[in-house]
Design a protein around this ligand. Structure first.
Ligand code: FMN
Length: 219
């Protein structure tokens, strides 16, 4: 097992990583809590040499799935909207950071629109066309009870696993109604460190993967 220090030293000595990390922000707040966490992860990855790309889903034109189901055969969605760019970005990214605030106990509508359209990555037998793409899941919630939506976060991680993502970590910022993410340097620093870790591309999956739980709440 490598320590974080060893990982960072290795990467520095080897000129950093050449990986691309894609951030997808599912909040209508362009610079809100969710965006700040995702940006911190991306900044950490960039410090380690990764290329970072970020989109705010609410600023894009993403239509709802129209249930034509032709994508399962063809592998591509026929709807000519901004999802076409996101399909390309997801395919070419080495790691994806997907985040949403909790709205009414769930992800936002913008995030769900994206998730529904990811059905284009499924084959007719429901296996995935994605090859265990690394993903970090980010949630922020007003409630300070960090266990309030834990089953939903685990359920969502399971759904993303089914879609072909290797969910490495779920970061939860609880209690944002009282204390915004911008006032939590410890949480932002841990997010940056996670970004550095995910950009350590030389690590093979079993060493990179965390222990049994995909849910690691961080204050
Ligand atoms: C329409 C709406 C619904 C919300 N529903 C919940 C909820 O069910 N549970 C909760 O803890 N917080 C809820 N919140 C609070 C947000 O999750 C919280 O403020 C979050 O940190 C916002 O993230 P952002 O700054 O990235 O937009 C809700 C906020 C809005 C605007």
């Amino acid at each position: 097992m490598f320590t974080l220090f060893e990982i960072l030293t290795f990467n520095r000595l080897n000129g950093g990583s050449n990986i691309k990390i894609l951030g997808l922000v599912g909040s209508p707040n362009i610079n809100g809590n969710t965006a700040k966490l995702i940006n911190a992860i991306l900044d950490g990855a960039a410090e380690n040499g990764a290329e970072k790309v970020i989109y705010n889903l609410a600023s894009l034109n993403i239509k709802s799935c129209d249930a034509c189901c032709r994508c399962q055969e063809s592998g591509c969605c026929h709807i000519g909207d901004d999802m076409q760019e996101l399909y390309r970005e997801i395919k070419t990214a080495d790691a994806v950071v997907l985040g949403s605030p909790v709205y009414m106990w769930q992800m936002t509508g913008q995030t769900k629109l994206l998730i529904d359209r990811l059905t284009a990555f499924l084959n007719p037998n429901f296996s995935s066309r994605l090859d265990n793409k690394k993903l970090i899941l980010v949630f922020s919630q007003g409630s300070s009870d960090r266990d309030a939506f834990k089953p939903y976060f685990e359920y969502t991680a399971g759904l993303l696993y089914y879609l072909g993502f290797d969910v490495l970590e779920t970061i939860v910022a609880a209690g944002t109604d009282k204390l915004e993410v911008s006032s939590r340097p410890g949480l932002l620093e841990k997010s940056r460190e996670l970004g550095k870790l995910i950009s350590a591309s030389h690590l093979s999956k079993p060493e990179f993967r965390r222990t049994e739980s995909s849910l690691t709440p961080i204050l």
